[in-house]
Design a protein around this ligand. Structure first.
Ligand SMILES: Nc1nc2c(ncn2[C@@H]2O[C@H](COP(=O)(O)OP(=O)(O)OP(=O)(O)O)[C@@H](O)[C@H]2O)c(=O)[nH]1
Ligand SMILES: [Mg+2]
Length: 351
């Protein structure tokens, strides 16, 4: 699963990318090629399990981040349309995280509402272009063959066109499974989950009106200060803890952003525990136990028998797996079990 950092130039995308992935890319330089790196998903529950099992290693869940070069937003939508490359990179990721500059300074006055509107317009126009091309093809097909291959498609594309012309994102439309299947073939930008990151100055609050507009468009909104996050990411753990205490917060703000992105991707975590390794694994929400087993190894999915399952809260309350078992909190779940966020699993299998 990939999350793309997107937005106009000089909003702090690369600064944030570095804080999330430790990539150490130069900032303030722009560039035209996207960068990719893996980022850990911070999870206090995994820290707690590590304290409980004292394993040889701890492995957090991971997602891939793509730092997409910024586009010119200053000239408004016309300027932005010249640079369509960022849209192509955006099309290839599973979710978009728009970084918006709320701090002033050397890059001129901040225009967070303008940045939000400009990107929304760009994504909408790009999707509209695809829908119109498709409708044109469908009309020709109808004229030539007397019918179209999939009669569901023309009315769906008409619905998409109306939605986009009203400047509303496609993610707002309720689609049935057949319609979802059709839409999936097009990688529509306004259908992707959107996280809006309001990058504010050191002593500022994120603008509430912009946050509200973004939420109304179905985005998850996170406020943070990327330069503070970058500083934090470079500190030794003890110094970082002191810095956080000074700020009066329990963890770096970027952690909230990573988790919001993880949720936007519709992912959840389950855990495996033991003396060798405590590990968090990313799996689709709603996944059944064999699919979760398959995230660990394909053999575990193929030969799945059952999953010994303990809810995270039950394990913590009991204090150990043995105590959880004694308290009847370890369940034997079969192939039809939908894995829940925080489940601690031990997969029984035979191949
Ligand atoms: N004051 C302040 N400056 C920041 C903040 N975040 C980033 N910057 C600065 O803004 C400049 C641009 O940051 P980048 O992270 O390179 O921005 P970008 O969005 O990757 O830029 P492009 O790749 O050109 O689109 C750098 O000089 C950063 O140091 C912040 O929260 N506050
Ligand atoms: Mg950059």
């Amino acid at each position: 699963m990939q999350i793309g950092l997107i937005g106009v130039k000089f909003t702090g995308k690369t600064t944030l990318f570095n804080s999330i992935t430790g990539a150490g890319l130069p900032t303030g330089q722009g560039g035209v090629e996207p960068h990719r790196a893996i980022g850990k998903v911070p999870d206090p529950r995994l820290d707690r399990l590590t304290a409980m099992f004292n394993p040889r290693r701890t492995v957090p869940a991971q997602v891939e981040w793509v730092d997409i070069p910024g586009f010119e937003g200053g000239a408004g939508a016309d300027g932005a349309r010249e640079a369509t490359r960022f849209l192509e990179h955006g099309r290839r990721v599973d979710a978009l995280a728009q970084v918006i500059r709320c701090f002033g300074g050397g890059y001129g006055p901040a225009d967070p509402a303008g940045e939000l509107a400009t990107l929304a317009l760009e994504l909408t126009l790009a999707d509209l272009q695809i829908v119109e091309n498709r409708l044109e093809k469908l009309t020709k097909e109808k004229q030539r063959m007397g019918k179209v291959a999939n009669p569901l498609e023309p009315p769906l594309m008409e619905r998409f066109r109306a939605q986009l012309e009203a400047e509303r994102p496609l993610r707002d439309l309720a689609l049935n499974p057949d319609e979802k299947k059709i839409a999936a073939g097009y990688s529509f930008l306004t259908q992707k989950p959107l996280i809006v990151v309001l990058n504010h100055g050191e002593d500022q609050e994120p603008p509430a009106d912009v946050a509200e507009t973004a939420r109304a468009a179905g985005a998850e909104v996170v406020g943070l200060c990327a330069s503070i996050e970058a500083e934090l990411a470079e500190l030794a753990p003890a110094d970082a803890a002191e810095f956080l205490a000074d700020l009066g917060i329990a963890e770096p703000a970027v952690n909230r952003m990573i988790r919001a992105s993880y949720h936007a991707l519709d992912l959840q975590s389950f855990f495996t525990v033991g003396p060798d390794e405590c590990r968090a694994w990313a799996v689709r929400r709603g996944a059944l136990a064999p699919e979760a087993a398959g995230v660990i190894h394909s053999d575990l999915q193929r030969g799945f028998i059952r999953a010994e399952t303990t809810a995270y809260d039950d394990l913590v309350a009991a204090g150990s797996l043995a105590a959880a078992k004694a308290a009847n909190k370890v369940r034997l779940e079969g192939k039809g079990y939908a894995v829940q966020d925080g489940d601690v699993l031990e997969i029984r299998f035979s191949v």
